[in-house]
Design a protein around this ligand. Structure first.
Ligand SMILES: [Zn+2]
Length: 179
């Protein structure tokens, strides 16, 4: 592991990671406002500049690949003028899915920090270990659990709200059919 990478994973960088994760959380909240599954991502380059910032927009863009991580990677690559994002750190509120983990490998991102892990479908290390597969040509280091509680709360709040709304719609349907 490179020196900077070992440093970035150390306890003394925790505060910085939390600060950046707050920005990703803001993006996740924005997604919720838009009725999207609330996941937000930000990317910082080696100089510590913010070069990517996005929320999940699969509904808005009617694009199954428009996950926050993929949109942020596209922005960061554009800012770098290079498809290789060496020295970059990606922050995301939820563990990347298999597609996003694949994109992270292709972009050569060395470190991925996330809030809440996804034991059911996580593509980074939980369910599928795409970020740490020796057969692939790149491995990313991972730092899970940064602002985990807040990241989980945004997701839970969204799905709770959606259940209430679905229930409301069902009740409405029932009332209409009673008439
Ligand atoms: Zn994804």
């Amino acid at each position: 592991m490179n020196g900077w990478l070992a440093d970035a994973m150390g306890e003394e960088f925790r505060f910085l990671h939390e600060q950046r994760m707050r920005l990703a959380l803001g993006q996740a909240r924005r997604a919720a406002e838009e009725g999207e599954v609330p996941v937000g991502a930000v990317i910082y380059d080696a100089a510590g500049q913010l070069v990517g910032k996005a929320w999940n927009q699969t509904r808005t863009l009617k694009d199954p690949t428009a996950h926050a991580e993929v949109l942020a990677i596209t922005q960061a690559a554009s800012a770098a003028g290079d498809w290789r994002l060496e020295g970059h750190i990606l922050y995301v509120t939820k563990e990347p899915c298999p597609m996003c983990a694949g994109a992270i490998v292709l972009a050569r991102i060395p470190l991925v920090v996330w809030g809440v892990s996804d034991p059911l479908r996580g593509g980074a290390v939980s369910r599928f270990k795409i970020l740490q597969t020796p057969e692939l040509n790149h491995r990313a280091e991972v730092l899970p659990g940064v602002l985990e509680g807040e990241c989980a709360a945004v997701l839970k709040g969204f799905f709770r709200q959606r259940r209430i709304e679905n229930k409301g719609a069902r009740d409405e349907l029932r009332e209409t059919s009673d008439e």
